[in-house]
Design a protein around this ligand. Structure first.
Ligand code: OAD
Length: 258
């Protein structure tokens, strides 16, 4: 029974873009998703972005603005809030997320392992110093970009200056880049120490995050998957709950008194 395994506590949640879909942030591969609008072979990696910067800077600006705007305006949905409550109640150990939208932290979760970074945090391209920008600062940066839609200089200025003199970029992982080592190590450790892995809103096509469910399975950890669609994980998940994160997670919280 799902209830019995969840009542054992020590749950770890691995979340993906579907988690934030009900907060108004489109997924990557769903209908109208980001990678449907912007070819990831071009926009999800540095060589593609650099080339586009030179030949069609307005397309880079469109991409930055389209990616950032929904994230800046999003609020945690009932699914995020249910996970925060589960942590507060002691049933959930941590969240491992592929999302870069900061919504788990905004919802109140304390242990959030961000495998793909965070759009609100910038990282110096020389000294690796990191700094979190708030919504107001980012909104101002985006509005300057929008006013100068064809300007390479505007894009350069979006990369805010670091105290070392070099510029900072959003601290997110693009294709071809390594995941932050400490976070990845911690993610594996959290899986080793959990009783149950809750998989929420991820298609599981991006590695190394997609190795984590197999790692849990190999260690005999039950897997409960929540997704409106079946995924490559559904075959080996112990339980598949068809539904949206924002509906299923609050139900679980309430019905099982977790
Ligand atoms: P995808 O867009 O690949 O998958 C989203 C998943 O969410 C799908 O399985 C949907 O069925 C499901 N979904 C949609 N709405 C949902 C809802 N309301 N509740 C629950 N599930 C829902 O997104 P990810 O798996 O997160 O990486 O993609 C992984 C990585 O690919 C991203 O982190 C990003 C991307 O390229 C980088 O940019 C490095």
């Amino acid at each position: 029974m799902i209830k019995d395994i969840l009542l054992k506590g020590k749950i770890v949640a691995l979340t993906g873009a579907g988690m934030s879909e009900e907060s108004g942030i489109s997924t990557f591969r769903g209908k109208g998703g980001i990678w449907e609008r912007y070819n990831p072979a071009i926009y999800a990696n540095i060589p593609g972005l650099s080339f586009t910067f030179i030949i069609r800077p307005h397309k880079v600006i469109d991409f930055i603005v389209d990616f950032y705007e929904p994230i800046l305006n999003a609020e945690p949905n009932p699914g995020h809030l249910a996970l925060a409550k589960l942590e507060e109640n002691g049933a959930l150990n941590s969240i491992i997320t592929q999302n870069v939208d900061d919504l788990h932290t905004k919802a109140g979760n304390k242990v959030v392992i961000e495998l793909h970074g965070n759009m609100f945090r910038f990282r110096c391209m020389r000294c690796s110093n990191k700094r979190k920008l708030d919504k107001k600062e980012l909104t101002e940066l985006l509005s300057k970009l929008e006013k100068n839609r064809n300007s390479r200089l505007a894009i350069t200025k979006f990369f805010v200056p670091c105290k070392c003199g070099r510029r900072m970029r959003p601290d997110v992982v693009l294709f071809g880049e390594s995941l932050p080592e400490a976070e990845l190590k911690l993610a594996y450790k959290e899986i080793e120490n959990c009783n149950t892995l809750l998989l929420v809103g991820t298609s599981g096509v991006v590695y190394p995050a997609a190795y984590l469910p197999a790692y849990a399975k190999e260690r005999g950890k039950p897997i409960v998957e929540i997704n409106p669609e079946r995924t490559k994980f559904s075959e080996f998940a112990d339980y598949f709950i068809a539904g949206k994160a924002g509906e299923v997670l609050p139900q679980i919280l309430q019905e099982y008194s977790l």
